[in-house]
Design a protein around this ligand. Structure first.
Ligand SMILES: [Zn+2]
Length: 140
């Protein structure tokens, strides 16, 4: 059996002399000698296998976290992009309504000062909003 001898557990040297007829396996560097199986290291083997298991688990968790957050970020980005488009449409619509209303007012000979007109419309919209959604409804 030509099993490769592991490094010395005490000094780490690979200079290991195989077992002889009258002596055990020995580290030529520090002199550690074993009469049993030099390669049998139950505690070290158990620890190494536990390290390998935990490393694999950690890699899996890291991958899960990355992919999970990626999906979350992509979904949030899509949602926000959609909301921005909706709001841009609302702004366009609102400006269109404002322009039409202004043109009608101008045609009817009403106040054609754009700034004043816009403020009037704004006040009217706020009043309307309060009537529709306000906590307390005021009667005039
Ligand atoms: Zn040694």
């Amino acid at each position: 059996m030509s099993e490769e001898l592991k490094a010395c557990p005490f000094c780490g040297s690979n200079n290991i002399r195989p077992a002889q007829v009258e002596s055990g396996t020995m580290c030529r560097n520090c002199g550690t000698e074993s009469y049993g199986n030099w390669n049998t290291r139950p505690i070290e083997d158990a620890l190494q296998s536990e390290i390998a298991r935990l490393t694999a688990e950690n890699d899996k968790i890291t991958t899960d976290i990355r992919s999970f957050r990626m999906v979350e970020v992509i979904e949030e980005n899509a949602r926000l992009t959609q909301r921005v488009r909706e709001l841009e449409e609302e702004v366009k619509e609102s400006n269109g309504l404002l322009r039409s209303t202004y043109q009608i007012a101008k045609r009817d000979g009403k106040d054609t000062n754009w700034e004043a007109f816009r403020n009037q419309v704004h006040i009217a919209l706020v009043r309307q909003h309060e009537q529709m959604y306000g906590e307390e409804s005021e009667e005039e």
